[in-house]
Write a protein that binds this ligand. Structure first.
Ligand code: AMP
Length: 123
């Protein structure tokens, strides 16, 4: 399967959703991040949380991003608990970073996945 390692910051589909150039249905937004359901869910619940700041991948995050990264996790947890009602049964958070992580969209995003028991380990 191809990947888009060369996709530039600000030119990703997620970047265009943030600027309104691409249609989007946010399930949550604040001044630092937005969240939306994954277009190709791998489980009954699968949503993404992305920062407004165009960090390409987790590997590019710095100390400056420490509070932002914590915020993304807590926002996802709140959505999992309050909107998706899956916190009690558990869920998984995934961040694919770079080529070997099979990242396909180079705007940092956290996958929140649940609604059924997931297998482990995955490939
Ligand atoms: P990753 O492989 O971690 O880069 O994951 C990218 C994710 O973005 C995949 O799960 C895709 O299904 C999802 N995706 C791609 N385009 C859209 C879109 N327009 N809206 C919502 N999710 C999308």
């Amino acid at each position: 399967m191809a990947n888009n390692d060369e996709e530039a910051v600000g030119e990703t589909i997620f970047g265009r959703m943030l600027t309104g150039q691409e249609p989007s249905r946010f399930i949550y937004e604040d001044e630092q991040c937005v969240a939306f359901d994954d277009i190709n869910p791998t489980a009954p619940v699968h949503f993404l949380v992305i920062p407004r700041k165009p960090i390409r991948q987790l590997a590019d995050a710095t100390e400056e991003d420490q509070l932002l990264l914590g915020h993304l996790l807590l926002v996802g947890n709140r959505i999992a608990r309050e909107q998706k009602r899956m916190a009690a049964d558990g869920y998984r958070v995934v961040i694919n970073s770079g080529h070997n992580g099979f990242q396909t969209i180079y705007h940092l995003h956290l996958h929140f996945i649940g609604g059924r028991q997931l297998g482990w380990p995955f490939g």
